[in-house]
Design a protein. Structure first.
Lengths: 810, 109
């Protein structure tokens, strides 16, 4: 028989926990839900836009009643639970309904804090917490004119803005001298106040409310200094108090909230608590992102998996007032020993401030231009050293060389039919609809549902921006530690480390050791694991063909019609007449429909039938060609220019050096494609400064450049160092390549890798530590001994023949 | 009437891999799972006809090599949010030999 799970509180945290639970253990429980509000589950955050008339209540429903029916959940809506009987394990609602439980989940949220002044119970005095409050305010805006909002924090300002949009004359009363003092520093706060005033909002600062006056209905507010202000509606937006009444009454240990441990369990092991009512390590959160993380952990525990822990969250804030962009996170008021960098443009109305300690971001406040909020927040959570780009950090990520889609805040201004994902042809409207209709909160959800950003990924920032603006701050920014894929809880780095430390030498060994959740893994983790093992144990690991993408299994690029393309290697782009003749002959012999000179200085033969690949390779191999690996997460090409031999500007033999580099590196498997180039002088005809490893020859030697990318997001290389001899070029190249091969995440090119780990740390190890450089180079050479076996020749000679031969009916 | 046709030995199909059977009318992909079950489905993805035989097999599904749709091998249906279905064929394994129930016109081929 199924166990019984009862949820008290039909809000955002509780239902999110159920969703997570249904994903991983759909059959484990008979679930009953009690909710005091007479609705399904809705997105509370979005009450602000509802009040402002930008959305309707229907728009913000996350799970309608059908969802409960579809998932066999008994929903008692509009029924408040009044008693928990822990001895008999049952709950009792106000109307006498009871439900037994084996496990109980408390998610009762918060109560709005009503300042205890005389008159607070008068008609027309309300809070801003639920649909009922919003309805009351909307009705009042039709019947009355003057509103007073007490509280100049997030909630208060969003209420004030909404009421103003509904045509009311609104005064915000704030106890302190600056608005949103918990989220903003003084300069940002005064910018905010100025722009709200410009829109017509009035403020009474440093005003302490003494009494709410009026006979029957509210008529005004009186302050300690004796002054008064008229009001037909008073909204208290001063704060929230975790709703612990029920928990306290049943004897659970509570402080500010219901105290829970790292698995979201209260002092009664059968009772869990999540959301605003819970207090974890001293903190009761009031934003949804942490609550969702808690929900994930609670679900994992309730499902009996028991490996997820909650370790607290770092939060960030935005204000949902259309047209006002502000962002804050962390400790944005500097303390002794912190450093501050800031940028202020009064006229343009922008302000940016970062608080730093040891080159790590501790806190950020942005006003007017918040595009980079997510980026700063990520740098902060990941504790990335910003030393390398400190000088330009305030200009934003854009300045790091992102020629991609850029300005993400403007994305909401795009029309619905604007294409966001160029690969899958997904428009803005499709994404926004999917988010609202299916209640999506994470990038992964959106990818799964719409395919947007699931291919080349260049539109990820735009999709995240759409998520953020459609669901508000509820969207799950990528968590601190991102699991490799759905089959595991472990991140790429953890998997790489485990393979090394525990000497895991096969895919099943990794999966068993790290307790993979799926029997065979998936199309995302298998190729990654295969690569990590190959990179770590080149001599011992047995490559697993079935864990490679088809291109690498068939050693050609699959085409849209199922044929393949063939790109023979041309070292350094040099070619001889007899080689060209051999390629021409092969094309005649196998009816190759199209040939093309590639952007990588060699020739692509398109439209080859799979069965023809091995015989064609035989002919190419006989003519001296090896595979160009144009299909692989592997070393691709070395682009060269004419160089000293011919060019009047050439300073070194760039062509010859290119050939040597290609001879050194061809055949090596990589986390992603890897391209090199050698230019003979700073005119840089081989475009070496957008390559993974580029050499620019100069009169006095060779400049080595790394981390460039000419693809989706153009990134110019960073200068690694300058060396004097060709031998050094080869050694540095091998060592850099090996470091990338051992440490980058699968499918991470050098550009994002260099940005993630920081050029400084790469330099330190490659330049300052000769022993480490030599050891890396040594390991690269060992790996190359195994890798430089031409896969085409092997297959021409019969290896993996089953791959290329169709079955026939006997 | 089911027309069982001998197709291959089990070991001709790589574990977690596939082979293609070409008939006059269709290409049929035969997949072998890690537990030695064999499934046969039309070698054409419901999305844009991608050759499913070239995909990565995991559990009892295959990820299409062209745009990563996941197809259930038993039902031929697209999994997750994608929608679409491709034909499946009955398979049996006896003494290490794989037999396929070919529809009449394909068997004639
Ligand atoms: C053939 C070629 C186009 C051409 O005719 O010139 C080409 C063709 C493809 N490129 Fe490319 N790229 C080719 C040069 C480039 C270049 C230019 C260069 O290398 O100088 C770039 C930009 C430089 C760079 O990589 O930094 C380039 C950036 C990409 C990208 C984006 C990579 C990125 O990191 O942003 C992809 C997508 C990917 O790798 O995920 C891609 C992916 C592809 C794929 C493999 C798409 C696919 O998965 O099927 C195309 C395969 C066609 C085929 O069937 O053969 N191709 N591709 C070029 C082959 C070069 C070679 O000789 O091997
Ligand atoms: C107007 C507004 C704007 C906001 N904007 C943002 C924002 O931009 N970003 C952000 O991150 N967060 C925002 N928040 C905060 C966010 O909505 C809350 O943090 C979140 O909803 C808390 O989730 P919860 O499940 O803990 O509580 P709730 O969502 O409040 O759910 C608790 C539910 O339990 C019910 N309940 C309580 N006691 C009982 C009982 N005894 N029996 C049965 N049911 C009971 C309540 O009626 C309620 O429905 C905003 C909140 C408001 C009000
Ligand atoms: S060859 Fe490159 S640029 Fe051209 S369509 Fe294919 S992936 Fe896109
Ligand atoms: S053809 Fe299979 S996913 Fe597109």
């Amino acid at each position: 028989m199924k166990e019984k799970l009862v949820l008290i509180g039909n809000g955002m945290a509780g239902v999110r926990t159920l969703e997570e639970l249904l994903k991983i253990a759909p059959e484990k429980y008979d679930i009953t839900v009690f909710g005091a509000e007479p609705y399904g589950n809705y997105n509370r955050i979005m009450l602000s836009p509802v009040l402002a008339g930008e959305k309707t209540v229907d728009d913000i429903m996350l799970n309608d009643e059908q969802w409960y029916i579809d998932n066999d959940i008994s929903l008692y809506k509009g029924k408040s639970v009044t008693e928990i009987d822990r001895v008999n394990k049952k709950v009792v609602a106000e109307d006498g309904t009871t439900a037994d439980y084996d496990r109980l989940l408390l998610a009762t949220g918060s109560n709005p804090f009503m300042i205890p002044v005389p008159g607070k119970d008068k008609d027309g005095v309300i809070a801003f917490r639920d649909i009922y409050d919003v309805d009351t305010m909307l009705q009042a805006s039709k019947d009355y004119k003057k509103a007073v909002v007490i509280g100049g924090g997030l909630l208060g300002l969003e209420a004030a803005n909404g009421l103003m949009k509904q045509g009311m004359d609104v005064t915000v009363v704030h106890l302190l001298d600056s608005l949103m003092e918990r989220q903003l520093d003084k300069p940002a706060s005064s910018l905010l106040k100025a722009s709200l005033e410009e829109r017509g909002m009035k403020f009474l600062m440093e005003a302490a409310t003494e009494e709410i006056i009026g006979n029957g209905r509210v008529q005004g507010v009186r302050f300690k200094d004796g002054t008064e202000v008229e009001a037909d509606l008073v909204v208290m937006g001063v704060g929230i108090v975790p709703n612990t009444g029920l928990a306290k009454a049943t004897g659970l240990h509570c402080e500010r909230g219901v105290v829970v441990n790292d698995v979201m369990q209260t002092f009664d092991p059968a009772i869990y608590a999540v959301g605003e009512c819970a207090q974890h390590r001293g903190i009761a959160y009031g934003l949804v992102a942490p609550l969702f993380e808690q929900g994930k952990v609670a679900a994992n525990q309730l499902a009996g998996l028991g490996y997820a822990y909650y370790q607290g969250s770092v939060t960030s804030t935005k204000l949902k007032v259309t047209g006002i962009d502000l962002f804050s996170a962390g400790d944005f008021n500097e303390e002794q020993g912190d450093e501050v960098i800031s940028l202020q443009d009064q006229a343009a109305g922008t302000y940016k401030k970062l608080v730093l300690k040891d080159d790590r971001i501790k806190g950020a406040v942005l006003y007017g231009d918040t595009i980079d909020g997510t980026w700063y927040f990520q740098l902060m959570r990941e504790e990335t050293s910003i030393a390398d780009f400190r000088k330009t950090i305030l200009f934003g990520q854009h300045d790091l060389g992102d020629a991609g889609h850029g300005d993400e805040t403007r994305v909401m201004a795009l029309s619905d039919d604007a294409e966001i994902c160029g690969c899958n042809g997904v428009c803005k409207g499709d994404i926004v609809n999917a988010i609202s209709k299916h209640g999506l909160f994470t990038l992964e959800d959106v990818r799964a549902r719409t395919k947007a950003s699931s291919s080349c990924g260049s539109c990820t920032g735009l999709v995240e921006a759409l998520l953020a603006s459609t669901v508000g701050e509820g969207y799950d920014a990528s968590p601190n530690k991102q699991a490799m894929c759905k089959c595991t809880e472990y991140s790429h780095d953890e998997v790489i480390a485990a393979i090394k430390q525990n000497e895991l030498k096969s895919i099943p060994a990794v999966r068993e050791f790290l307790e993979w959740k799926t029997p065979d893994g998936c199309a995302a983790c298998r190729p990654a694991l295969n690569y990590y093992l190959l990179a770590r144990w080149p001599e011992e690991y047995q490559d697993d063909a079935q864990s490679r993408f088809i291109n690498e299994r068939a050693h050609g690029n699959i085409q849209k019609d199922g044929t393949y393309s063939v790109v023979p290697r041309m070292f350094g782009g040099l070619v001889k007449p007899n080689e060209l003749r051999a390629i021409a002959d092969v094309c005649d012999k196998y009816d190759v429909p199209e040939m093309k000179v590639t952007g990588g200085q060699r020739i692509d033969l398109f439209g080859v039938k799979k069965e023809d690949l091995p015989p064609m390779w035989k002919d190419l191999t006989d003519a001296g060609f090896v595979s160009g690996h144009a299909y692989g997460k592997a070393m691709r090409t070395v682009k060269t220019c004419a160089g000293k031999t011919w060019c009047r500007f050439g300073t070194q033999n760039s062509t010859g050096l290119g050939v040597q580099l290609e001879e050194l590196t061809w055949g090596s498997w990589m986390p992603h494609k890897f391209k090199l180039a050698v230019s003979g002088c700073p005119r840089n005809c081989a475009e070496a400064t957008i390559k993974d490893f580029g050499v620019v020859c100069v009169d006095s030697g060779y400049e080595l450049h790394v981390g460039g990318n000419g693809g989706i997001k153009v990134r110019v290389t960073d200068l690694l160092t300058k060396v004097d001899t060709e031998e050094e070029v080869l050694e540095y190249c091998g060592a850099f390549t090996q470091m990338y091969r051992e440490e980058a995440h699968y499918l991470e090119r050098t550009a994002p890798w260099v940005e993630r780990v920081g050029l400084t740390s790469i330099k330190k190890r490659l330049l300052d530590d000769e022993t480490e450089r030599k050891a890396l180079y040594e390991r690269f050479i060992i790996g190359q001994k195994v890798s430089q076996v031409d896969p085409w020749k092997a297959r021409a000679e019969g290896e993996a023949a089953h791959e290329f031969t169709p079955l026939k009916i006997a | 009437m089911t027309n069982w046709t001998e197709i291959a030995k089990l070991e001709d199909i790589p574990k977690l891999g596939s082979r293609v059977l070409k008939t006059d009318t269709v290409n049929i992909a035969l997949f072998r799972t890690s537990t030695d079950e064999v499934f046969a489905i039309k070698d054409a993805c419901p999305h844009k006809q991608g050759p499913l035989s070239q995909g990565i097999v995991h559990g009892t599904s295959v990820t299409c090599p062209l745009h990563n749709w996941k197809i259930d091998l038993a039902s031929g249906e697209a999994l997750g949010p994608d929608e679409g279905c491709t034909n499946t064929y009955d398979v049996k394994i006896e003494n290490g030999t794989v037999y396929l129930a070919l529809p009449a016109k394909e068997a004639a081929a």
